[in-house]
Each structure stands twice: as C-alpha cells, then as structure tokens.
Design a protein around this ligand. Structure first.
Ligand SMILES: CC(C)(COP(=O)(O)OP(=O)(O)OC[C@H]1O[C@@H](n2cnc3c(N)ncnc32)[C@H](O)[C@@H]1OP(=O)(O)O)[C@@H](O)C(=O)NCCC(=O)NCCS
Length: 233
C-alpha cells in the first residue's frame, strides 16, 4: 500500500483482515498519515519518514501546530547528514510533542581540534583541512524506547538513549541516558521522579504490552489506562 508521500508501507492491521477473522472491531489503519479525522496537526510519524537512517515504530504520533507535522525530518531531526550514518530510532506508541527536537551528530563540531571552526566542510577554500567526516565528534545514535512521551520543545542530544515508558518534560535538554519509566526535566535534564514502584516497572518491562496484538491491547486498555497492572489479561 502507498502512503501520501509514496513510501511503501507494510499493512499491519486492516479492516479487511479483521472482517476475514470474523471479529467485530475497528482496527486502526497504520498506513494513514492522519490518525484522527479533521486533525492535520497530528500524524502517525512512521508514515512520513523518508530517510534510511530514521526508524519509527507503529502508533507513534507527532503533533505540530506551528509547522506542517509532515516536515518532521526537516524541522525536528537536526544535523543528520548521511555521511555520518547516525541513526534516530523511535519505538512504538510514543507521543512526541510540538517542537521536540533530535540534535544529531553533525551538530557537534569536533573539539579535538584547536578550533571549532568548520574548516573541513569548506574544503574548497581550505584544501589542507580534515575530511568532512572528521569535522564532528560522533556521539552516536539517538534511541528512544516504546511508550515514551517527549514534551513540548524538548531537545534530545546525540548519543542519548531513552528507556521505555520514560517522560521528558517540556523544554528539557536531555544530555544523558534516561532509565525506563523515569521522568526527567530541566537543562541539563535531571531525574524528577520514577513513574512507578520498581516492582511495577519490572512487570511492565517484562510484559512489553506495546508488542501485543491490537486485539490484546484493546482488551486490556481499560486496565492500562487505569494503572491497574494486576488486572492485565
Ligand atoms: C515533567 C512533567 C511530566 C512533570 O509532571 P508532574 O509529575 O505533574 O510534575 P510536578 O508539576 O508535580 O512537578 C514535580 C517537580 O518537577 C519539576 N518540573 C516539572 N516539569 C518540569 C520541567 N518541564 N522541567 C524541569 N522541571 C520540571 C517541578 O518544578 C517540580 O519540582 P519540585 O518538586 O522541586 O518543586 C510535566 O511538568 C511536563 O513537563 N509535561 C510535559 C507537558 C508537555 O510538554 N506537553 C506537550 C503536549 S503533549
């Protein structure tokens, strides 16, 4: 099936599949760009991704009320040049708020040099300069887990890994890894608190509900939403 931007996407759930199985359920079409009728500010992010070095999981949404949310790659994934091959990987069921940004490797002028000036990328004028690939300190990929909520205008720096279920507060600058189910905020981002007791976090990380079938999530959604882990079926 083809999305708006012409990218071929695998159909995970379709109404047709469900009818075939005789179930009376409306299954979301994961190939839609806009999951909600008449809402053009919120998208299923994976369906607008064109770069090979960005991967986004099912159901993850991005909302933008300043710019066209479909321009996420241009407006939100900054300094990601193919030459570095650094990856942005985002899991399933994440909520990414307006203006959240991912600052990739090429934003880090190398500090091994005596100067941070970008001589290497102006090789036409400075032919003795380093190769462009060495112009930056490569801090690595950004990896966001599943069910992560990234608040308005937060910035995630290159090399950072954010665990499943974490929350990044509005306007945070995240410079270090964030453990699962941990809330961080501030500049630089520090731990505000854990979302649940260690026991509940362990259970959630074990069950990984985001990998369940649509039907199973649907059957458990009232327990997921009410926070009652012991009732999950
Ligand atoms: C981080 C957040 C989830 C915390 O929510 P909460 O648990 O209700 O937090 P509280 O208001 O009880 O504050 C707890 C502490 O964290 C601090 N804090 C809250 N949000 C913060 C933020 N964004 N940055 C830094 N510190 C923050 C508070 O000052 C407070 O500190 P204190 O205990 O020293 O007084 C929330 O404040 C936030 O930023 N949400 C994101 C909202 C957003 O961007 N939405 C976009 C639309 S999806």
């Amino acid at each position: 099936m083809y999305c708006n931007n012409g990218i071929v996407r695998k159909v995970a759930h379709t109404t047709l599949d469900i009818k075939r199985r005789g179930l009376n359920m409306t299954i979301p079409n994961l190939n839609k760009v806009y999951p909600r009728s008449n809402d053009y500010q919120t998208i299923y992010l994976k369906n607008v991704i064109t770069r090979d070095n960005i991967e986004v999981g099912d159901y993850t949404i991005y909302n933008d009320f300043y710019n066209d949310p479909r321009d996420f790659e241009k407006n939100n994934v900054l300094y990601q040049y193919p030459i570095n091959n650094d990856q942005l990987i985002i899991g399933k069921f994440c909520s990414i708020a307006c203006k959240a940004k991912f600052l990739m490797t090429s934003g880090n002028h190398t500090m091994k040099s005596l100067s941070t000036y970008t001589f290497p990328i102006f090789g036409e004028e400075w032919d003795e300069a380093l190769k462009p690939k060495d112009a930056w300190d490569n801090k690595g990929d950004i990896i966001i887990g599943n069910d992560v909520w990234i608040g308005y205008d937060a910035i995630i720096m290159s090399g950072v890994k954010i665990g499943d279920g974490a929350i990044v507060g509005t306007r945070a600058v995240v410079t270090n890894d964030v453990s699962p189910y941990t809330i961080v905020g501030g500049v630089p981002a520090k731990v505000i608190k854990k979302r649940f007791s260690d026991n509940v976090i362990l259970k959630l990380l074990k069950i990984k509900w985001w990998n369940w079938s649509y039907e199973k999530i649907q059957a458990n959604i009232k327990y997921i939403q009410s926070g009652n882990i012991n009732k999950l079926v």
